[in-house]
Design a protein around this ligand. Structure first.
Ligand code: 1GP
Length: 255
């Protein structure tokens, strides 16, 4: 299968080629459509690998405008990171088909998937079966509240490892470890190392990353892709994007 950007295959290739990736998470509610061209230019300049788009709570329909606008000017793959069925937008490149495997909410393990399947079947979106694991991060995040699930305690590395192993054995293609948007603390590197040492599928890590140093320590703990949302929202210091991109580039040349 060709290495289609934004596809499962492209995410898998990070692991095979030992190449790190950097995803910027966009919350359509907080993004001004007119800022998109500048944002894309900054992302290209920084070497951003993916745009993820979505959120656990959306209060308007902006996602339906943001994705086509992004796709007009953006060669970077756009992957949906949906918090609900209403966030399925066919013009994106791919979608994380998320099973919240750290939780025990049946709707988020299979219920919503059944409802989404016929809608997805009508699109050309690449489906990326993803084991989504919420990790406790120092405060109740929106995703914890909305999903009505308990996150894995941040000192319970064994639970995280066994959950990720079960996800891989179930056939999921990617594990996404998330402290939740705006997390106080990033996920402990010891836990990330434990998970990445015990599975053979790529690991994405997000939640509370605010510096290039934090990103580097997460990559060095074995994560293939790091995700930054909050710290790069409009009005915030956009130089962080370039710093993280440069740090990734350095790591990728060393590897
Ligand atoms: C949240 O992993 C993402 O689902 C990104 O988190 O917004 O804290 O960067 P932040």
């Amino acid at each position: 299968m060709p290495n289609i950007p934004g596809s499962t295959e492209s995410l898998l290739s990070h692991k095979k080629e030992k190449r790190k990736g950097f995803a910027v998470l966009l919350d359509p509610d907080k993004l001004n459509l007119k800022d998109i061209p500048l944002l894309v230019e900054a992302a290209l300049n920084a070497g951003v690998t993916y745009f993820f788009v979505g959120g656990s709570l959306m209060v308007n329909e902006e996602i339906n405008k943001v994705i086509p606008e992004l796709k007009k000017v953006c060669p970077i793959p756009v992957i949906l990171f949906p918090g609900s069925l209403s966030q399925i937008v066919p013009s994106a490149d791919a979608i994380f088909f998320l099973s919240l495997i750290s939780g025990r909410n049946p709707e988020l393990l299979i219920g919503n998937h059944v409802l989404a399947a016929p809608l997805l079947k009508k699109t050309n979106l690449e489906i990326i079966p993803t084991g989504y694991m919420l990790i406790e991060s120092g405060k109740m995040t929106t995703v914890n509240y909305i999903s009505n699930t308990l996150p894995i305690p941040s000192d319970k590395t064994d639970i995280a490892i066994c959950t990720a192993m079960a996800g891989e054995m179930l056939g999921l293609k990617v594990i996404y470890m998330d402290g939740g948007s705006g997390a106080y603390r990033t996920i402990p590197t010891q836990m990330i190392r434990g998970v990445t040492d015990n599975i053979n599928i790529p690991v994405i890590v997000g939640g509370g990353i605010r510096t290039a140093e934090e990103a580097v320590s997460i990559w060095e703990a074995g994560a293939e892709v790091i995700v930054i949302g909050n710290a790069l929202e409009s009005g915030k210091d956009m130089s962080l994007m370039k710093k993280v991109g440069d740090a990734m580039c350095q790591l990728n040349t060393k590897l």
